[in-house]
Design a protein. Structure first.
Lengths: 212, 225
C-alpha cells in the first residue's frame, strides 16, 4: 500500500505513539518539516522535546537542503542538554542531575507548554532521546523506569507523540520497548523521502510505503 | 567508468561553507593522496587551512607522501592543532594532552578554536583521528558524549568547511553513527582492484545518493587540481 504523508498523518488518532527510525545518512528532517506543516494546517500546537541539540541538527540539515526554516523558529522547545537555542525554549532539563530532578524539570516544562498554548491536544516530537538513553541503557532497570515514568507518562493522554531515533545506537531492550510502546513504527529509507511501515494498528497499512 | 578531474572539481564546487563532511577510510587506503588532493583544491579558495593532528597522524601522511615521491612542502603552510604525539609539523597554534580527562582538554580545545575563528575566515578544517581519542579515555561513553555533542554544536555555525577523516575500523559504532548524523555529507573511500572508489553515502543533494567516483590508482598520483 502506498500513502502520502498527509494521508498517513490524518489517519492517526489521539493517544498514539509513532516511532520513526532513521539512518545516520538519511534526511529525517524532511519528515519533521512535513509534520510541522501538517500540524500548523490542522491548528494543532506542537512541542519539541530536544535532547542534545538534535533539533539544531535537523534545522541545519534543512538549510543545506535549501529549505526555509522560519516556520520552525516559533516552535516551543524543551531542551535536555545541548547548547544551541533555536525555537522558543520554554524549559530545560539538566541531564547530569539525578533522574527524579530531571523528571520534575521535565513535567513542569510540559505543563507550562499546555498552559501556554491553551489546548489539551498537541503534537509532541521527541528528538535525540536515543542519544540520551545511550548513557544508561546498560542498566535494564533504568530503561524500564524511563519507559514507565517518561514514555508512558499520563501527561500525554490524548496527544500524538512522534519519536525520531537514530538507528544503531539503541540496545535490543530499548528498541524492543519503543516498538512495543508505539502504535506505529516507521523506517526511513536511505535518502529520507520514503518510509516503510513496520508496525500499524490497521493491517492494510502494514508493510506499506509512505511518500513525502 | 573512470571519473575525470573536471567531474571531481564539479562535485567539490557544490560544497557550501558551513558544511561538515565525513570521509571514511580503512587503514590500507591511500588517504595521504586523498588528503593532498583535497588540500590542493582547498588552496584555490582559501589560505586558511587548519588541521587537527591527533597522535602524529600528519607525520604518517607526510611519510607516505615522501616515499611516493610527492612534494610535501605544502605541509609547512598548514595551521595545526595537535592533540598528543611528538612530531611537530606545520604552524602549531595549540597543543593538548589527550591523557587528561576529556572535560579538561575539550574546553582548552574550544578556546583555541574560538580564537582561530575570530581571526580567520573561510577556513577549511581537516579533522583527523577523533576515533583514536575515544580509546585514551577510561570511560569511552564520556568521550563519545562530549565529542558528538561538540560536533552537533558546531554543525553549520561558522564560515568554514569541516572535513572529518575517520578510520571506520577503529571508530566505535556510536561515535561513527553520531558524527555521520551531524554531517551534511558522508563519503566512503574504498580501494578495490587497482581503483580508488569514492562513494557518496550522504548529501544535501538527494540525486547524489548512490553516485560514486572511480579513479585508477595510477592516475591518482598524477591528478592535478
Amino acid at each position: 500500500m502506498k500513502l502520502q504523508l498527509r494521508e498517513f498523518l490524518n489517519d492517526i488518532r489521539e493517544g498514539e505513539r509513532i516511532f520513526i527510525e532513521y539512518e545516520s545518512t538519511s534526511h529525517p528532517e524532511l519528515s519533521l518539516d512535513g509534520l510541522v506543516k501538517w500540524s500548523n494546517e490542522e491548528g494543532m500546537p506542537l512541542l519539541i522535546v530536544d535532547m542534545l541539540d538534535t533539533f539544531h541538527l535537523f534545522v541545519q540539515q534543512l538549510r543545506f537542503l535549501g529549505y526555509s526554516t522560519h516556520h520552525l523558529e516559533n516552535l516551543c522547545v524543551i531542551k535536555g542538554g545541548g547548547k544551541v537555542e533555536f525555537g522558543k525554549v520554554i524549559g530545560r532539563v539538566r541531564i547530569m542531575e539525578e533522574f527524579y530532578v530531571q523528571l520534575k524539570e521535565y513535567t513542569d516544562a510540559v505543563r507550562l507548554f499546555f498552559e501556554k498554548v491553551k489546548s489539551d491536544k498537541a503534537v509532541i516530537v521527541f528528538l535525540g532521546t536515543e542519544k540520551f538513553m545511550y548513557s544508561f541503557q546498560e542498566s535494564s532497570y533504568r530503561v524500564e523506569e524511563y519507559f514507565e515514568k517518561v514514555v508512558r507518562s499520563p501527561l500525554f493522554k490524548g496527544n500524538m507523540i512522534f519519536v525520531f531515533a537514530l538507528k544503531g545506537l539503541m540496545s535490543a531492550q530499548v528498541k524492543a520497548l519503543w516498538h512495543e510502546s508505539s502504535t506505529r513504527v516507521l523506517e526511513i529509507n536511505g535518502r529520507g523521502d520514503r518510509f516503510f511501515i513496520k508496525k500499524a494498528p490497521k493491517l492494510d497499512h502494514l508493510d506499506g510505503v509512505i511518500e513525502l | 567508468m573512470t571519473s575525470t578531474v573536471e567531474e571531481i572539481l564539479e562535485y567539490t564546487k557544490s560544497v557550501m561553507w558551513r558544511e561538515g563532511i565525513v570521509i571514511e577510510y580503512s587503514s590500507s587506503e591511500p588517504i595521504h593522496l586523498v588528503f593532498k588532493c583535497l588540500v590542493e583544491i582547498s588552496e584555490k579558495i582559501t589560505d586558511n587551512i587548519l588541521v587537527l593532528d591527533v597522535l602524529d597522524i600528519l607525520s604518517m601522511l607526510k611519510l607516505n607522501l615522501d616515499i611516493a615521491g610527492k612534494d610535501t612542502s605544502f605541509i609547512h603552510n598548514l595551521d595545526v592543532i595537535k592533540i598528543g604525539g611528538n612530531i611537530k609539523l606545520g604552524r602549531i597554534i595549540g597543543y593538548l594532552d589527550p591523557h587528561q580527562d576529556i572535560t579538561v582538554y575539550a574546553s582548552k580545545y574550544s578556546k583555541i578554536l574560538r580564537e582561530y575563528y575570530e581571526t580567520h575566515k573561510n577556513i577549511v578544517y581537516f579533522i583527523f583521528g577523533m576515533e583514536k581519542l575515544v580509546h585514551l579515555q577510561e570511560r569511552k561513553e564520556a568521550f563519545e558524549l562530549y565529542a558528538t555533542n561538540y560536533t552537533r554544536y558546531v554543525f553549520g555555525d561558522e564560515e568554514r568547511v569541516g572535513i572529518y577523516f575517520i578510520n571506520r575500523d577503529i571508530a566505535t559504532r556510536s561515535l561513527l553513527l553520531q558524527v555521520e548524523e551531524a554531517a551534511s555529507r558522508v563519503l566512503e573511500v574504498i580501494h578495490e582492484e587497482g581503483t580508488l572508489k569514492i562513494k557518496i553515502r550522504k548529501s544535501p543533494r538527494l540525486d547524489d545518493y548512490g553516485k560514486e567516483f572511480k579513479i585508477p590508482l595510477e592516475d591518482l598520483c598524477h591528478l592535478k587540481f
